[in-house]
Write a protein that binds this ligand. Structure first.
Ligand code: ADP
Ligand code: AMP
Length: 216
């Protein structure tokens, strides 16, 4: 049982590894990006509120995502939580710390997925996911075995994100460097940070994360 954060820029491989950890360790992925996208798809008030912000690649307010995380954490997770895309600001990191304390839980490890910016354009412009089970694929690095059919669930409803284009990625990266990258120093100073090479193959990244968790 471990609660961890996967930290890294858009396209670093956080969602891919979170899915692996769910399967391998019974952990539960909490992706604020997915929660917000679900709200947009359902056409809720929240969805309407965040749609434009997300399309531009900017961050939504801290209050919104902290509320989403708080609600999901109430359900608990036997194998532990994987925070994916949260926290993204120091304020969110503080709020997560307080939530953990209130629940009597601990944040066991923050895993920084290190990648070069140069690979990120190709990573996000080639990304697609299964609309049924959420499995993450890539046109060249991780295509489905049968074109258009999910390897995991057999679903045929593949989706591409509206914000996965080169222009929006620039804003998303700026937001990451300005607001999220200070978390690396924050968690390093607390002795909670471990870095893995996110440029390696998916299986090797998974092994590196597993070895961090087994030592945690
Ligand atoms: P994030 O959740 O950090 O934004 P994803 O897990 O969605 O990133 O990965 C972004 C894209 O890169 C996806 O298309 C995914 O299939 C691909 N990808 C993820 N990890 C790797 C890797 N280690 N090597 C090559 N491609 C990868
Ligand atoms: P992601 O799926 O993690 O790439 O997130 C997609 C978009 O959702 C981001 O570009 C932000 O607009 C928004 N978002 C997701 N998580 C957060 C967060 N923790 N704080 C602020 N905005 C977020």
């Amino acid at each position: 049982m471990a609660n961890i954060i996967l930290l890294g820029p858009p396209g670093a491989g956080k969602g891919t590894q979170a899915k692996r950890l769910e399967e391998a360790r019974g952990m539960v992925q909490l992706s604020t990006g997915d929660m917000l996208k679900e709200a947009i798809a359902k056409g809720t008030d929240l969805g309407r509120q965040v749609e434009g912000i997300m399309a531009r690649g900017e961050l939504v307010t801290d209050e919104i995502v902290i509320g989403l995380i708080e609600a999901k954490m109430k359900d608990g997770a036997k194998g532990g939580f994987i925070f994916d895309g949260f926290p993204r600001t120091l304020k969110q990191a503080d709020a997560l710390g307080q939530l953990m304390t209130r629940m009597g839980a601990t944040l066991d490890r923050v895993i920084e997925m290190q990648v070069d910016d140069a690979v990120l354009v190709a990573r996000v412009t080639g990304r697609f996911t299964c609309g049924t089970c959420g499995e993450v694929y890539h046109d060249t690095t991780r295509p489905t075995k049968v074109p258009g059919v999910c390897d995991v669930c057999g679903g045929t409803n593949m989706k591409r994100r509206a914000d996965d284009n080169e222009e929006t990625l620039k804003t998303r990266l700026m937001e990451y460097y300005k607001k999220t990258s200070p978390l690396i120093g924050f968690y390093y100073a607390k002795g909670q940070l471990s870095a893995v090479n996110g440029l390696a193959e998916v299986d090797s990244v998974a092994e590196a994360i597993a070895s961090v968790l087994d030592k945690a």
